[in-house]
Structure formats: C-alpha cells, structure tokens
Design a protein. Structure first.
Length: 255
C-alpha cells in the first residue's frame, strides 16, 4: 500500500471515529467506573440483550468497514440466563477501540484505544457479562453500564470493574422470592458468590420479575435522555434497541 493510500486510510479512521462520537455522544470517562455512577443489578438485567457466563477464548482487534477501530471478544458460553444462546455456543461481539496502538503501512501509529471506563478483556478469563444489543449503525456493542456489566469469576466469587459498588443499591425484591443466600448477598458489599448471583439473575429473567413490576427499574435506566452526570448507553450502541431484536453483526456459533 502506498504512502498516500496509508495516510488516506488513517485519515478515514480518525474521521469515522469523530463522526461516531458526534452521532452517539462523547466517550465515557473513568468516572463511569465509580460506584456513584455504577449500574445496579436491576438495571443490568433490564438493559441487557444477552446475559452470558463463560470463558473469554479470543480477543482480537481491527478496523471495521466504516473505519471504526474495534476489539472483537469471543465467549465460550457456559450459561445464558437471557438471550437464548445455547450452552457450548460461541458468541462474538465488537467493542469500540483497539487493544494496542497499531502501526499503519505508512509508519504512523493509530492510537484509538479502548476508552477509559470500558471493560478490558483477556483470553482465559471466566466472566459473567451483561451485553447490549449491537448497534444497527456501527455493529459495535459493549457491556451494560460499561465496567459495571462485566464480572470476573475467580475462586467462586464474582466482582465487576466497579468492585461491585452500587450493585444492590435500590434493588428491592420481596423477601418471599429470595432464599437465605440471596438475602445475604443483597445485603453484602464487595465480591459475591458467583453461583448465587447467576441463580438470582436466572430466576428474575425466567419469571419476568421486571416485566411484571415485581422489581422496579430505576428512572435512570428507563430514561432515553439521562440527566447530566448520569451514565447513558455506551456511545456506539443503540439507546433504543428493542430487547427482542436478534444480533446482526456478532456471531453465535454452536459447536
């Protein structure tokens, strides 16, 4: 590739990134990783298109046909409480930003990396993820609440990128629906038992707790225009994507 073509490609990537920011809003900053702005469990379940527990088996980056830098993450699914993906399937999605700076053919460095506040991904991680639907405009997606929506499983416990701060704040569930381990979990701080968390999320989805009003979604979750300082959807996903829409730019592959 000639130097002129390389500079043209780099210019297109930057232009596409700026256009995406203009269309979908400013990048998240590190403040979204704080407990103050973290999504609680009700918001995570309500906003997620897919809830997946499994292993990160592949992390690669690239540039989309629209010129947007992305990281593609592939999960080997062990459980899927929401979204209908089968056990032992593989599910791939693309999140905005490169894994590392990329040298272009003309020698320049492309530095559109994962924005602050977005979750990082490593092959081999055991995770519980609350994933948004991919954008119809860009095909990109991320976790609900950014770092709030990715939990790392280790030693039987699960913790998200906000150290679970705010995870159960404002979550009101009738005590009659909970067993003793779930009641203790909702009253706890910090890492939680992963199996208890998955069991509670699975029941909430199967029994339609949010749809029936048994668990109320906070205003910030339901609002299409968050108040200043409140976290909105990630800038490269559709704020109003219908929950029943099938993914169009990610792969779900049965083995």
């Amino acid at each position: 590739m000639g130097a002129l073509a390389s500079r043209t490609l780099a210019t297109c990537v930057v232009a596409a990134t700026l256009l995406a920011i203009a269309l979908f809003g400013p990048m998240a900053d590190s403040s979204q990783a704080t407990g103050e702005l973290a999504h609680n469990l009700t918001q995570l379940v309500a906003e997620a298109e897919f809830i997946v527990a499994g292993k990160v088996v592949r992390v690669v980056d690239g540039i989309s046909p629209q010129g947007l830098p992305y990281t593609e993450v592939t999960l080997a699914i062990e459980q899927c409480p929401k979204g209908g993906l089968g056990r032992d399937a593989r599910y791939s999605f693309r999140q905005y930003g490169l894994v590392a700076p990329r040298r272009m053919p003309d020698g320049t460095m492309l530095r559109q990396l994962r924005p602050a506040g977005y979750p990082a991904w490593q092959e081999g991680e055991q995770v519980i993820t609350f994933l948004e639907a991919p954008s119809r405009k860009t095909g990109l997606s991320s976790t609900v609440g950014l770092v709030s929506g990715k939990f790392i499983r280790m030693g039987g416990f699960a913790v998200n990128g906000a150290d679970n701060r705010g995870l159960f704040d404002g979550v009101a569930i009738s005590a009659g629906r909970l067993d003793e381990s779930e009641r203790r979990m909702l009253a706890s701080k910090g890492p939680v038992d992963a199996d208890t968390l998955l069991a509670l999320v699975g029941r909430a989805v199967r029994e339609g707790w949010i749809e029936s009003g048994a668990v109320r979604v906070p205003r910030v979750c339901a609002s299409a225009s968050p108040a200043p300082g409140e976290p909105g959807p990630s800038p490269f996903s559709d704020a109003t994507a219908p929950a029943s829409r099938a993914p169009t730019s990610v792969r779900s592959e049965e083995h």
